[in-house]
Design a binder for this molecule. Structure first.
Ligand SMILES: [Zn+2]
Length: 302
């Protein structure tokens, strides 16, 4: 790296690891910048502010670091730079992380939600590039969503828009982590699929279920068809409310073989009425989507 060249740093803080991406502050906003450096660190859980400051300082080296953006799993007051609640890193709860790191490092530091970071990156630099109105859906342990219009997440009045995992699919269904019944997550989230598969004697978790479905197993087919049907209903609701120009689906459960998604897409086609169903495409930035989103945010705000 050229000594003294202006750079920005993105830190994607996860429950177990922190991914970093260092990019030139003069990088183009049109395409993902070639990272000057990227890597992983263990998440500092007991003193996260000091630990994250140490990571940023060690990466700074001789470079002219202009801005740091961190993405955090959990509820974040992005305007204030405060972590409201993080299930994975409880020591961050209520901390004014942006202000504290900014004081440590002497430069602006922003804090954003990790799902929002991944969504802006996919919408601008990934599978949604070139489309003005993109909905990004992550299928994993939970189901996260974000509507990105003209490159910006539409957060809603309280920052919680896009929670597609908690729309009701089965009003009399099982209890969800949110306390309500029959949310999408109770049917297609990874724990829900695992539970349904174990209940019929299946092994190997959601991956085992999908493999058995591919092999034509009847019990696996019932579970996968129910999950895909639920996802299809959620997508139709999404189209009715948001009318996106593209739906990007990522997350652990959407990786190939992603028959959950292809089957859902078929059901959506069969069930749509007035809905304008946009292309439903797989995410392309993979596990670096969040880190790319932090760098993109840093480049935009400098
Ligand atoms: Zn719920």
């Amino acid at each position: 790296m050229q000594e003294g060249a202006p750079v920005v740093l993105g830190l994607d803080v996860g429950g177990s690891s922190v991914k970093h991406l260092l990019a030139s502050a003069r990088a183009s906003l049109d395409t993902p910048p070639k990272p000057l450096d990227r890597g992983r660190h263990a998440t500092p859980k007991s003193s996260p502010v000091e630990g994250l400051a140490a990571i940023a300082s060690s990466l700074r080296g001789d470079a002219d670091l202009e801005r740091v953006v961190l993405s955090i799993p959990g509820l974040v007051d992005e305007a204030a730079g405060v972590v409201v609640r993080s299930t994975n890193i409880p020591a961050l709860d209520g901390r004014p992380l942006g202000a504290q790191l900014s004081a440590e490092l002497g430069i602006p530091v922003d804090v954003i939600n990790d799902g929002h970071a991944a969504a802006v990156a996919e919408a601008s630099w990934g599978a949604g590039a070139g489309v003005d109105d993109v909905f990004v859906l992550a299928l994993g342990t939970g189901i996260a969503g974000a509507h990105v219009a003209h490159g910006q997440v539409v957060p809603g009045a309280h920052g919680s828009a896009g929670e597609l995992g908690h729309i009701t699919i089965e009003p009399e269904g099982s209890i969800c982590s949110c306390g309500r019944r029959g949310c999408l997550e109770t049917i297609i989230g990874a724990p829900a699929l695992r539970r349904a598969w174990v209940a019929v004697g299946g092994t190997g978790g959601p991956e085992g279920l999908l493999a058995a479905h591919s092999a034509g197993d009847a019990a696996a087919t019932v579970i996968v068809e129910r999950a895909s049907s639920a996802l299809a209903e959620a997508i139709l609701t999404l189209c009715a409310l948001v009318d996106p120009g593209c739906i990007v689906i990522g997350g652990g459960l959407a990786q190939a073989p992603h028959q959950l998604v292809t089957l859902a897409e078929r059901y959506v086609g069969e069930r749509a009425s007035f809905h304008r169903v946009p292309p439903i495409v797989p995410a392309t930035l993979g596990e670096w989507a969040g880190a790319n989103g932090t760098v993109l945010t840093a480049l935009r705000r400098r």
